[in-house]
Design a protein around this ligand. Structure first.
Ligand code: PSV
Ligand code: MN
Length: 426
């Protein structure tokens, strides 16, 4: 299913009057505060988030997988799904592929298809956390950190192949997430495992094309429950430094122990020019991979405050790769992704409203109350009319979720693909 321009226009026609009312009201308030509303809208419109190829089907828990039907059965269909998201939201202008779950069969055709939806290829992800069919070596006891050289070499080789796949698609970055670690005390020698990981990453880094980046993701636990080799941002930062200037840390919001101050991590990494990418999601307990902003929207806003500050003040940090990393156990994945994209844009827009000059003054004067007021004034502003205007200007719909439902997208996908297709991924 492809959403036509005429359908978008038809949907917007019905909503335009109430949008204008809401927008004018908000715009007047913001202009009185001295904000450049057009500039903010342009920034929101330019903010594109990559959709993970593994999040378009029903996500599994350890206990079950419940399909929403009409799942994409091929990479082509996954790209089509992202095309639907992008047509509606104008925010999902990229895809992040996981290899080998999504190896293109026909590169030319896939590139043409993606281009027809205005979708770019963001970071490619390697997978050394599952054994692949007919693989000689097993990752049961680790990949890049494994005690056996043959296993490490196989994992290094896989990453090189992923880079080659990405090169053919126009990707410019590789994300490495390792499940390596141990389940029981004494199982691993921490130093040996870390040293092997560093050496292996350096070998992968050695084959990275000049204009590529390598993102090193961290996570404190799971699937290993006692230790994880790259457990935190500090370890990732250290490894990125050991590899070189094209290596960066990737922050996945779900990869922190409860109550970790993620916004401070963001700020530290940007000051050091080492924040490369982001995996958005939300969580209550662990790496829950649920809808962005569904549990801790204020924390997300505080993270965006640091991101906006960093983007304005840290030229040493490169442009970031924005990606969602989610899993959909009970929702229609496309509806969930629309909600996530919206939450990301909303947090970004609110952070753009923060008066950084006033905040600086209040901080210098140690006016703690005023500092909080400045942040919360921005946070409490209903910025949805700004998001609507950004979408409208870019050719999207005013209300993506409403349009998704009124256009019967899922019903159409089920009609096209059938009930029992299963998307690749976890
Ligand atoms: C691991 O939990 C992770 O966050 C990594 O980014 C993986 O590539 C992705 O999820 C899918 O398993
Ligand atoms: Mn992730």
């Amino acid at each position: 299913m492809k959403i036509e321009k005429s359908q978008i226009q038809e949907n917007n026609k019905q909503e335009i009057a109430s949008h204008k009312e809401g927008f004018d009201f908000l715009s007047n308030i913001l202009v009185k505060k001295g904000l450049d509303v057009d500039a903010i809208i342009n920034k929101i419109a330019a903010f594109q988030v990559a959709v993970p190829s593994w999040a378009l089907g029903a996500g599994g828990t350890r206990f079950g997988r419940f399909s929403y039907y009409g799942e994409p059965a091929s990479l082509e269909q996954k790209i089509d799904d992202i095309g639907i998201l992008h047509a509606l939201t104008q925010t999902a202008g990229a895809v992040s592929l996981h290899i080998p779950w999504d190896i293109p069969q026909d590169y030319k055709a896939i590139k043409e298809l993606a281009a027809s939806h205005n979708i770019l290829f963001d970071a490619v992800n390697s997978n050394t956390f599952q054994d692949q069919k007919n693989a000689k070596e097993s990752y049961k006891y680790g990949s890049l950190s494994n005690t056996a050289k043959a296993v490490r070499q196989q994992a290094i080789q896989h990453n090189r192949e992923v880079i080659k796949i990405g090169e053919q698609l126009g990707s410019k970055s590789l994300t490495v997430w390792l499940a390596d670690g141990s389940c029981f005390p004494g199982q691993n020698n921490f130093q040996t495992a870390l040293q092997h990981t560093q050496d292996s990453l350096k070998e992968i880094y050695g084959t990275l094309p000049d204009d590529w980046k390598m993102f090193i993701e961290y996570k404190p636990y799971e699937p290993n429950f006692y230790s994880t080799v790259i457990q935190d941002w500090g370890t990732s930062f250290m490894l990125a430094n050991a590899c070189g200037e094209k290596a960066y840390t990737l922050v996945d919001l779900g990869h922190h122990l409860p109550n970790t101050n993620i916004e401070q991590i963001v700020s530290t990494l940007m000051l050091n020019g080492k924040l490369g990418g982001f995996h958005f999601n939300d969580s209550k307990y662990g790496d829950d991979d649920i809808t962005v902003g569904s549990i801790k929207p204020y924390a997300l806003f505080l993270i965006f405050n640091e991101l906006v500050y960093g983007m304005q003040n840290n030229p040493q940090n490169p442009e970031l790769s924005w990606m969602i990393d989610a899993s959909h156990n009970i929702k229609d994945p496309l509806e969930d992704l629309i909600q996530s994209l919206d939450a990301i844009q909303e947090a970004y827009a609110k952070a753009l409203l923060i008066d950084q000059d006033q905040l600086k003054i209040a901080q210098q004067e140690n006016d703690v109350v005023q500092c909080q007021e400045i942040l919360q004034n921005a946070y409490r502003t209903d910025v949805r009319p700004l998001l609507e205007r950004a979408r409208l200007n870019s050719g999207g719909v005013l209300h993506p979720l409403k349009s998704y439902r009124s256009l019967d997208v899922r019903k159409n996908l089920i009609k096209e693909r059938g009930m029992n297709t299963v998307a690749t991924g976890l």
